[in-house]
Design a protein around this ligand. Structure first.
Ligand code: SF4
Ligand code: SF4
Length: 421
């Protein structure tokens, strides 16, 4: 099955398959011994701390419970240092100790039910207890799954593509842990009560598609789909690529019965269920000229960007970092956040804005089929608000504009007047 992908644009540069294989076969694994400390995101005053300052904690041991019972686990072994605030958000800090150990993997007891025998409620509880983080939404997977029960989900889509041009995180998951991704997808079917899994792979990554084709032995349950590797790949555009129709205004894919998950979430879900050990790490790509070499790293949750960039041999100086999007990503500051799967680095682009020459390229590339140049011309408040409401903020229009007009930023200001370009 080859799906047509609407809108978007092709972004240079992109790692070729040979580079990909080199990187994937030699990932840099960031170990606790190389980290000084991690900051684990909490939510507020109603959180319950399970440790006292100075307590020794093991990686995989709960240090706090959020108000809804979600456990927060130490991602490195070390000392619990209490709660710190950064930009208005509380974080539990653990200072790493290279000599401390991790929680052992819990061996499944013989009488314990097999995964396929667990009810949806039991599975949901296991997903919550094991702290599975959903990279697609940046939230806890159990919360999304619980909400999805209200929507009558019939299809799970596992997104294995890396449409931001430089990221290799999805490809890595596909080539190194394809079986776990597939098993994680089947667990999600059971958890959500869905009937089919669709694995979306990048059409140019033939090896990735081959690996999965060989693994799929129940095509009535699991289907492989290929998409053009165009940027940006978002829920709205992926949905349209798959179903050849747009999401009704104001409705999410989940409202329409389709549950999107990134490959590494499915992988982490299966591995945690199998081992009985909570998820404490994430995969991430560091790529671009600002790094000595492109790497795919497995890093403990809550790693400060400053330290992570050092470990990835970031050159610093004039180089700038962007998270996930080469066009408009935020700089890598603070702590590794919920949705981030890649950090890109390059020299800043120096272009000065001119006047619109009415070439129409911004409208050609807009994946939402909008006419971004209208923001410059229309005086209609309503037209501008409609444009701003439908914009997904991908930045394709700004990127392609020969006059270097900051279209995305201008549109964003109408959606959120406090946002400054
Ligand atoms: S108008 Fe919005 S959705 Fe369309 S290309 Fe520009 S930023 Fe992307
Ligand atoms: S791409 Fe730039 S110059 Fe061309 S129509 Fe759009 S705003 Fe005008």
């Amino acid at each position: 099955m080859v799906l047509n992908y609407p809108g978007g644009l092709f972004l240079p540069p992109r790692a070729d398959e040979r580079t990909l294989l080199t990187i994937v076969s030699a990932p840099l694994v960031v170990t606790a011994g190389k980290l000084d400390e991690v900051y684990l995101a909490l939510e507020g005053r109603s959180d319950t701390l399970l440790c006292r300052e100075g307590d020794t904690v093991r990686a995989g041991e709960a240090v706090a419970h959020l108000a809804d019972g979600t456990p927060i686990y130490a991602s490195v072994p070390g000392r619990f240092d209490g709660v710190f605030e950064n930009r208005g958000r509380p974080y539990a800090r653990v200072t790493a100790d290279a000599h401390a150990d991790e929680l052992p993997v819990q061996v499944r007891e013989p009488e314990k039910k097999r995964l396929s025998d667990l009810s949806r409620e039991e599975l949901l509880d296991a997903v919550r207890t094991l702290g599975i983080f959903d990279v697609w939404s940046g939230d806890w997977l159990w919360r999304r799954a619980r909400d999805a029960w209200k929507s009558d989900v019939y299809r799970v889509v596992i997104d294995l593509t890396d449409a931001n041009g430089w990221s290799l995180t999805g490809c890595r998951a596909a080539l190194r842990a394809a079986g776990d991704v597939l098993n994680g997808a089947k667990v999600l079917l059971q958890l959500l009560g869905a009937t089919k899994v669709l694995l979306i792979v990048d059409r140019t990554q033939r090896r990735q598609a081959k690996v999965f084709r060989a693994l799929i032995n129940d095509p009535s349950l699991v289907v492989l789909g290929e998409v053009e590797p165009k940027y940006p790949l978002r829920e709205e555009t992926l949905y349209e690529a798959i179903y050849a129709r747009r999401l009704p205004r104001g409705r999410s894919a989940q409202d329409e019965g389709v549950f999107f998950v990134r490959a590494q979430t499915a992988e982490a879900l299966y591995q945690a269920l199998l081992s009985g050990r909570p998820q404490t790490t994430r995969w991430l790509t560091a790529a671009g000229d600002g790094f000595g070499t492109d790497v795919v790293v497995q890093t403990p949750l809550g790693t400060p960007w400053k330290r992570l960039l050092e470990l990835c041999r970031f050159k610093g100086g004039e180089y700038v970092t962007k998270l996930d999007s080469p066009l408009y990503g935020a700089p890598a500051e603070g702590v590794l956040g919920g949705r981030t799967e890649s950090v890109l680095s390059s020299l800043p682009e120096k272009r000065s804005a001119g006047h619109c020459i009415a070439c129409g390229r911004c409208a050609d590339v807009c994946p939402m089929r909008l006419q971004p140049y209208r923001i410059l011309r229309t005086r209609s408040y309503r037209a501008v608000k409609t444009l701003a409401a439908a914009c997904i903020g991908c930045g394709c229009c700004s990127y392609i504009c020969p006059a270097a007009l900051p279209l995305r930023e201008r549109i964003a200001k109408h959606r959120n007047p406090s946002e400054n370009p």
